[in-house]
Design a protein around this ligand. Structure first.
Ligand code: FAD
Length: 391
């Protein structure tokens, strides 16, 4: 009988309370029974399993850390642990959840007025209302801080938005989309709650992605899209406020990367103990063991890092550079881990049904979204040297 396959080698789960551990295992069981069996098929078809939404909602984990509005109010460590559990089975589902619970609800929770929070958060927590977060544009990705071209013009009736947004997760079926646009009068970035039935709003599904194929990314076009002043995010006054949301969600993406790496490692380890060549399990060969140990070393370092990251977050001490360092390190190491996982599985490593190929593809998207390696490195570089290399 092969030893149990578990990527938590230093037993970090022991640091959770019994209730937190129980929730982790409950969510894991849900993913293994409800998501794992269907995920490769949906990934291949590039479709979203909408039937999972009420089941995910029933877990009552959405809006993980927020207080009130029906949200669970858990510590940040659990936001991370749950993101890891989701990505351990499927990074697309983790991304869908991260957009809903993190980017969209987080923007409203952190930057909305009390009325806006009351209006949106309870339904979003129940997942009867789905959200999206529209920052990136066709011509503006990394340079969003100073370069957004989508405009917001104040009118006597409210605001008029014009421009395009690209890559927006959940955009094709979201009920409310947070649009970040530049106020043409004061040149500051502001956030707007745009409803899907707004006549000036259109979202088209982006086709032909080779990663996170289940995530429905949209190209949004805003044509004289009229938004009431009451739908302007009340406390979003400049890009600094947008960056507050990104700091929180970047920490979550680091955890997602850990989950993606862990899923690939665990599947690959199990495979190597079963697969025989030259009359022996391939796990008995030194060169295979070397791959497995390198994977586990990185995975263990990553997990330790994100645990501490979330502790800093719980203490209110998380900085942009803390989150960026974890995002860079974890997504970079994940690329290495998934590629070794594929390698030790030989040809089967590129077959979807062996549950590693999808992680290899998805790691590429996690590596680039929520700030590329270069951009997050520049954030850390600025903090440790005192010199900004952005300009
Ligand atoms: P670019 O900014 O064009 O960068 C291209 C290359 O140039 C990168 O390697 C980059 O690191 C490098 N580069 C840029 N500037 C510098 C510099 N100063 N120094 C050194 N190198 C530099 N956005 C949203 O708003 N909402 C979403 O829901 C969302 N979901 C996404 C989902 C997926 C699957 C993907 C792939 C993207 C998503 N994005 C979303 C967009 C994502 O955040 C951007 O792709 C990312 O910020 C990078 O921007 P870009 O793709 O335009 O690349």
């Amino acid at each position: 009988v092969p030893p149990p396959v578990d990527g938590d080698f230093y037993d970090l789960a022991e640091l959770l309370t019994p209730e937190q551990r129980a929730l982790q295992l409950k969510v894991r069981a849900f993913l293994e029974t409800e998501v794992q069996p269907i995920v490769n098929e949906y990934w291949l078809r590039a479709e979203f399993p909408y039937e999972l939404i009420p089941k995910l909602a029933a877990l009552n984990i959405c809006g993980v850390t927020y207080q009130g509005y029906g949200c669970p109010g858990l510590p940040n460590i659990m936001e991370g642990v749950l993101a890891m559990e989701m990505a351990r089975i499927d990074a697309s589902i983790a991304t869908f959840f991260g957009v809903q619970s993190g980017l969209a609800m987080g923007s409203i929770y952190m930057l909305g007025s009390e009325e806006q929070k009351q209006q949106w958060l309870p339904a979003m927590q129940q997942m009867t209302c789905i959200g999206a977060f529209g920052l990136t544009e066709p011509e503006v990705g990394s340079g969003a801080a100073g370069g957004l071209t989508t405009t917001a013009k104040r009118t006597p009736e409210g605001w008029v938005l014009n421009g395009q947004k690209k890559w927006i997760g959940n955009a094709t079926f979201a009920d409310v989309i947070i649009i970040w646009a530049r106020d043409v009068d004061d040149n500051n970035v502001k956030g707007f709650l745009v409803k899907k039935d707004n006549p000036g709003f259109q979202a088209i599904k982006m086709e032909d992605k080779m990663a996170l194929r289940i995530v429905q990314n949209g190209l949004i076009t805003l044509t004289n899209c009229q938004v009431a002043e009451t739908d302007r995010l009340a406390k979003a006054n400049s890009f600094k406020d947008t960056a507050e949301v990104l700091r929180m969600t970047r920490a979550g993406v680091a955890w997602e990367a850990v989950g993606c790496a862990r899923g690939a490692y665990e599947n690959a380890l199990a495979y190597t103990t079963q697969r025989k060549q030259f009359g022996k399990p391939i796990a008995a060969f030194q060169l295979i063991q070397n791959h497995l140990v390198e994977m586990l070393s990185n995975l263990t370092a990553m997990q330790t890092m994100v645990f501490r990251l979330s502790q800093l977050q719980d203490e209110g001490r998380l900085t942009d550079e803390h989150a960026s360092l974890a995002k860079v390190f974890c997504t970079l190491r994940t690329r290495d881990i998934v590629s070794r996982a594929r390698e030790v599985m030989g040809g089967n490593g590129i077959l979807l049904q062996y549950n590693v190929a999808r992680f290899v593809a998805d790691a590429e998207a996690i590596y680039s979204y929520e700030g590329t390696k270069e951009i997050n490195s520049l954030i850390v570089g600025r903090a440790i040297t005192g010199f900004s290399a952005f300009v």
